[in-house]
Design a protein around this ligand. Structure first.
Ligand code: GLV
Length: 328
């Protein structure tokens, strides 16, 4: 029997491709071309499965043009690149890659928070530019992490990982806001107190965003929310571009409405709003929160496991629209 055909839409670990080749006829994109939607559709022709990353949009137009597609396995925990309703309607299974990246991403959230509050990249740029000629009492004086109030918006697994690091490692007082409140045992484990969104914004010394992107969370942080924050506060976004209004944030950083921001994700990335590039009090990283080699390999392997399970008649590990499986 011929093997099912799959497309790997972006470059990925050669060992993952080799494993997929044991089960599938694989077309891969090891040159890592950035395909337009039309090109993605062209490459998906005749494919029963797709290995996608967070930048590969699967929507009703793609689904209508690729009737043989049965599953898209995302190598990302976030899946706002998928139109889940359209996929379910088309009978296409969606899977993501949760859990395997939780601790790595929480580490990075904390690293970005520390770099932002302690002005690490800003001061490095100063040093590299040859501007360091003497000591000064307030040179790059930032905000303390230990003992401060850590606010977390979006208290899923990654948010909880950041809360634990803050509470247990740095003696921070943790407050959070989430669509649903954690149960008492989890709150105790994270030493986190549930508050309303306004209280979170007003009280946090450092606010970390870890909520999923959807049209409902678009511009959750805009000018009005930034105005509620302390002028000494830092804001960290490791969630998704679009959750923050980047133009409003750049203005708030310029006007010192808040002290500093650390951003790993951007509206319209890989483009970055030019106003953000023009302000010094922001740390900018290119969407690398989950980027350690072991974690990226685990994410790719989980996406591959989902494809293999699906086509060998087993239950995919991390389905997003399991209803599709029920009707198969
Ligand atoms: C990264 O942003 C992911 O969603 O895995």
């Amino acid at each position: 029997m011929s093997k099912p055909k799959i497309l790997i839409a972006r470059a990925v670990f050669p060992e993952v491709i080799a494993r997929l080749e044991q089960h599938f006829e694989v077309e891969s994109n090891q040159d890592d071309h950035t395909w337009s939607k039309a090109e993605l559709i062209a490459h998906l022709q005749g494919k029963a499965g797709a290995f996608t990353t967070g930048g590969d949009r699967i929507d009703a137009e793609v689904l209508a043009a690729c009737p043989e597609l049965k599953i898209c396995a995302n190598m990302a925990v976030g899946y706002n690149n998928f139109d889940i309703d359209a996929m379910t309607a088309a009978g296409v299974l969606a899977t993501n890659a949760p859990d395997v990246l939780t601790e790595t991403t929480a580490d990075f959230g904390f690293a970005l928070l520390m770099a932002t509050a302690r002005r690490i990249t800003e001061s490095e740029h100063f040093l590299r530019a040859g501007q360091w000629t003497k000591w000064r009492y307030d040179m790059f004086a930032g905000a303390d992490i230990h003992g401060s109030v850590l606010g977390i918006l979006g208290m899923g697994r990654i948010g909880q990982g950041i809360a634990k690091r803050g509470a247990h490692g740095f003696g921070m007082k943790v407050i959070y806001h989430n669509r649903s409140r954690l149960d008492a045992a989890l709150e105790a484990e994270c030493q986190a107190r549930y508050v309303g969104k306004d209280e979170l914004l007003r009280t946090a010394d450092h606010l970390v965003l870890v909520l999923p992107y959807s049209p409902a969370s678009h511009h959750t942080i805009g000018a009005a929310e930034l105005a509620l924050m302390k002028p000494t506060a830092t804001l960290v976004n490791i969630a998704r571009g679009g959750i923050v209004d980047d133009a409003a944030l750049a203005a708030a950083l310029r006007n010192k409405t808040i002290a500093a921001a650390g951003l790993d994700v951007f509206e319209g990335e890989p483009s970055v709003h030019p106003d953000l590039l023009a302000v010094p009090n922001v740390v900018l990283t290119p969407h690398i929160a989950s980027a350690t080699m072991p974690t990226r390999l685990a994410m790719a392997s989980l996406a591959a496991d989902n494809l293999i399970a699906f086509f060998t008649g087993n239950k995919p590990l991390t389905p997003l629209n399991a209803a599709v499986l029920a009707i198969k």
